[in-house]
Design a protein around this ligand. Structure first.
Ligand code: SF4
Length: 201
């Protein structure tokens, strides 16, 4: 009984937001400068698990060219990476390795669940299955979910933009709906005002 009381007495309470003290010196412009640098030079870890990894590879190739957005430096070591794209099926056998890699990444670090397998188990989620982790968020905290089986490379790029937006609080790139379609009909030039009518007025 005494031991139980001691355990209850030493139980750690989660820190609330109100308890976190503000920094002594708050250099907002400097912090923003660092955040811009962080957002524009995301280093993903070279880590693929299944078919979705092919999409991750294609995103780094010339056609989709993730280098345009500063995230082309795929690192072979978790210690040098700040983004983990979980691309593929996470088996229970692989789960400890994934968690270890995540823990080796220095903070601040971000996780993107790419594809339905990483999000929820995808097509391998069925009753009585015993080999697949049904969502990588059961193992590590996920910042962005990119659905698809597999997701298109453009969708993975959108995921990178969402991470950048999370770091900075602003979005640098236009949203797809803001980009004019090349198939849209060209706008007709406005007709010049009728001279006779303008003279009457
Ligand atoms: S989501 Fe589809 S494409 Fe991606 S790893 Fe799973 S089965 Fe393969």
């Amino acid at each position: 009984m005494a031991a139980t009381e001691r355990e209850e007495g030493t139980e750690r309470k989660p820190i609330t937001k109100a308890e976190i003290l503000p920094p002594i010196i708050n250099l907002k412009p400097l912090n923003f400068f660092f955040d811009v640098n962080r957002a524009m030079s995301i280093w993903p870890i070279t880590f693929g698990l299944a078919c979705c990894a092919i999409e991750m590879m294609s995103v780094s190739m010339a056609r989709f060219d993730i280098a345009r957005f500063g995230a082309e430096v795929f690192r072979p070591s978790a210690r040098q990476a700040d983004l983990m794209m979980v691309t593929g099926t996470v088996s229970k056998k692989m789960a400890p390795a994934l968690v270890r890699l995540y823990e080796q990444m220095p903070a601040p670090k971000y996780v993107m669940a790419c594809g339905n397998c990483a999000i929820s188990g995808g097509p391998f989620k069925f009753e009585n299955q015993y080999g697949i982790v049904e969502g990588v968020d059961n193992l590590v905290p996920v910042d962005v979910y990119v659905p698809g089986c597999p997701p298109r490379p453009e969708a993975i790029l959108e995921g990178v933009f969402a991470i950048q937006e999370k770091i900075l609080g602003i979005r640098f790139w236009p949203r797809p709906e803001e980009i004019p379609s090349p198939l849209a009909e060209p706008k007709k030039p406005k007709a010049a005002p009728d001279k006779a009518e303008s003279a009457k007025a």
